[in-house]
Design a protein around this ligand. Structure first.
Ligand code: KG4
Ligand code: ZN
Length: 315
């Protein structure tokens, strides 16, 4: 299966076989947005248009197989960027006479683990932490999801990105803030941001305000304090949701964070729950996870006669 992902600023294509073996996985992160301090939708869409054919060519050449189906992200994401991927996927599938499957981006994150542990199966609890989403989801059966908690305001990755901006770091904010935090030593500032309230849902906007009030303090210490507070909040709420659960998966771009991976493993161990987290390259946006989601269980292909816009309106 050829898989395509263009929902934000990564132009990505991969080839995955039915046993979830990764035959190729090409991810191009657009750097043009750095000058603007954030992703510019119009620039992203134009770059996808320029880059995608070459990225797909590379993925196909390196896998050296003829795909029998196509999977593509149909949302959520930047509309112009999604249109480029969906239009390309449909045209490719039509020209080859093969089916094309439309995949929800978060379903991709939820199934990335299959590329490293093909036996991983529901029921399991998943914490998805990305730039646009922070959600605890119970995957009861293939394709059957129950939302347990989500963020009331910013997503965890968005909080990292906004904090990095305040600290004068570039994009992507998460990894840069995390790097700065490494130089902090053990000193921490208590960022009282209403993180530890009793509500089940996540909330990160108070933490952002707390950071702004403390900007005169040492930047590395601030970065470490902010990172710790986010990790603590994610772990605390996941811990509460683990009652009666036997498996936990951590996924999404923020799951590339080393402190979070370590802390969440400890939470799972304390609860005697089996824990899995994809390697960092499969946590951040990629097309392989879109292929994995499409292969996870049978689904209806998209109607190639429907306009890409109509397909996107499914979301
Ligand atoms: O899943 P993803 O690649 O794209 C979306 O679907 O949003 O997630 C991107 C987010 C960004 O906010 C980025 O700052 C964050 O993941 N991120 C990290 C790390 N690597 C990526 N946050 C904290 N620590 C990291 N190491
Ligand atoms: Zn994502």
């Amino acid at each position: 299966m050829l898989a395509i992902e263009t929902s934000c600023d990564e132009t990505a294509a991969a080839v995955v076989d039915r046993d979830f073996r990764l035959l190729s996985n090409i991810v191009h992160s657009q750097v043009e947005h750095e000058a603007f301090g954030g992703v510019v939708p119009e620039v992203a869409a134009r770059r996808h248009l320029e880059l995608l054919p070459g990225i797909v060519r590379k993925a196909l050449d390196s896998a050296n197989v003829e795909p029998r189906s196509v999977a593509v992200t149909i949302g959520p994401g930047l509309i112009g960027s999604l249109l480029v991927g969906v239009g390309f996927a449909k045209a490719y599938a039509l020209s080859k006479g093969i089916p094309v499957f439309g995949i929800h981006h978060i379903s991709g994150h939820l199934h990335a683990i299959l590329l490293e542990d093909p036996q991983w199966s529901p029921p399991f609890l998943a914490l998805t932490v990305s730039g646009g989403h922070t959600e605890l989801v119970m995957v009861e059966a293939p394709g059957a999801y129950r939302s347990i908690a989500r963020t009331r305001d910013d997503a965890a990755g968005e909080a990292f990105d906004k904090a990095a901006k305040m600290l004068g770091l570039g994009i992507p904010g998460g990894p840069k803030l995390s790097k700065l935090a490494e130089s902090a030593g053990s000193e921490r500032i208590r960022l009282s941001g209403a993180l530890m309230s009793d509500q089940a849902d996540f909330s990160f906007s108070g933490l952002k305000t707390a950071l702004r009030r403390n900007l005169h303090q040492d930047k590395a210490v601030l970065a470490a304090s902010f990172e710790d507070a986010i990790v603590e909040s994610l772990c605390q709420k996941t811990d509460k949701a683990l009652a009666g659960v036997s498996k936990l998966v951590l996924t999404g771009g923020v799951a590339a964070n080393q402190k979070l991976r370590k802390a969440m493993k400890a939470v799972a161990d304390d609860n005697r729950v089996r824990f899995a987290v994809p390697s960092a390259e499969l946590c951040t946006d990629n097309a392989a996870m879109i292929g994995a989601a499409a292969l996870a269980y049978p689904r209806e292909p998209l109607d190639p006669a429907a306009s890409p816009r109509a397909l996107l309106e499914l979301f």
